[in-house]
Write a protein that binds this ligand. Structure first.
Ligand code: NAP
Length: 296
């Protein structure tokens, strides 16, 4: 029997736990965590993600602020305006943490934007200070998606300790930080980690060695049944919009795993949607709560 790892239900349980902690903060006269988000332009995916983050703030009892900047090909946003807003949020005592929703329009230097955020308010965990602290196992804001995956495994009693984890994808927001977290010494980690990418030869031979296989490529249905060993745990991070005429939106989300054919072979698997996605948002909420606690 394959266990379906329910990220949606797990995320709901964690949000309820956070809401209780926020209520306790209020009762103790402490401030409610405040998360701000900057959204540039009108990318469809980004609009959805930011709306989900604002909703999650409401569910957790947080204060949230959404700061929007218009940017089009005809009238691109001046990057200096964005940098000034980041400086303002860095200095705003009421804001515990903030994010700049990625991707940004191509004319804006994303890395410069990430590095402009005060690491103490970098609840996305993308600033090199947080990345560096994470890699040496110091307290930091962990990148939200990897932290969500680690928490999901923990809550499903799937210990990575001593197991072979194969991650397909080496992005700065998923593959690399997840590898860093799972290879640390200690509870919820202690895994033997292999990271694959587009230059990995004989990919299927490597993925078949995985006790825990993580797909983070953005290639819908790429991981097929022949690439997965019997009894593996499969974590599907991929979320690609694929056309679907039966939906009002005209699309649906598809993961990197050929779910129908892979699931029967697995000990456990995350669905898309309802797997890793909701956990990413919850990790952001946990980081924001932590940011508020750090500033008490
Ligand atoms: P990314 O920056 O585009 O990186 C994709 C990675 O996959 C790269 O390392 C790339 O290799 C590798 N790759 C692509 N094709 C490959 C192939 N044929 N064989 C082996 N490796 C291959 O992507 P990302 O930002 O990490 O996102 C990955 C997916 O996760 C996307 O679908 C994204 O939407 C989704 N995502 C979901 C969440 C969530 O909360 N659920 C959060 C973040 C991302 P190279 O480095 O060699 O190019």
């Amino acid at each position: 029997m394959t266990a379906i790892i329910d990220g949606k239900a797990t995320a709901a349980a964690i949000k309820a736990e956070i809401a209780e902690k926020v209520a306790a903060r209020k009762a103790a006269g402490l401030k409610v965590p405040h998360l701000a988000a900057i959204l540039v332009g009108h990318d469809g995916g980004s609009e959805t993600y930011v709306a989900s983050k604002v909703k999650a703030c409401e569910e957790c009892g947080f204060k949230s602020s959404l700061i929007r900047f218009e940017s089009t090909d005809e009238a691109p946003l001046d990057p200096a305006v964005l940098m000034a807003e980041i400086a303002r949020l860095n200095a705003d005592d009421d804001v515990d943490g903030f994010i700049v929703q990625l991707p940004l329009p191509r004319h804006i230097d994303e890395q410069a934007v990430i590095e402009a955020i005060d690491p103490a308010k970098d609840v996305d965990g993308f600033h090199p200070v947080n990345v560096g602290r994470q890699s040496v196992g110091l307290p930091c804001f962990h990148s939200a998606t990897p932290a969500g995956i680690v928490e999901l495994l923990r809550r499903y009693n799937i210990s990575p300790a001593g197991r072979r984890v194969v991650i397909v994808g080496r992005s700065n927001i998923v593959g690399k930080p997840l590898a860093a977290m799972l290879m640390q010494k200690g509870e919820g980690a202690d895994a033997t980690v292999t990271v694959c990418h587009s230059h990995t030869p004989e990919l299927a031979r490597v993925t078949r060695q995985a006790d825990i296989l993580v797909a983070a490529m953005g290639r819908p249905g790429f991981i097929t049944a022949d690439m997965v060993s019997e009894g593996a745990v499969v974590i599907d991070v991929g979320t690609t919009r694929v056309p679907d005429a039966t939906r009002k939106s005209g699309f649906r989300l598809r993961g990197d795993v050929d779910y129908e054919n892979v699931a029967p072979k697995c000990a456990a698997i995350t669905p898309v949607p309802g797997g890793v996605g909701p956990m990413t948002i919850v990790s952001l909420m946990l980081n924001t709560l932590q940011a508020a606690q750090n500033r008490d």
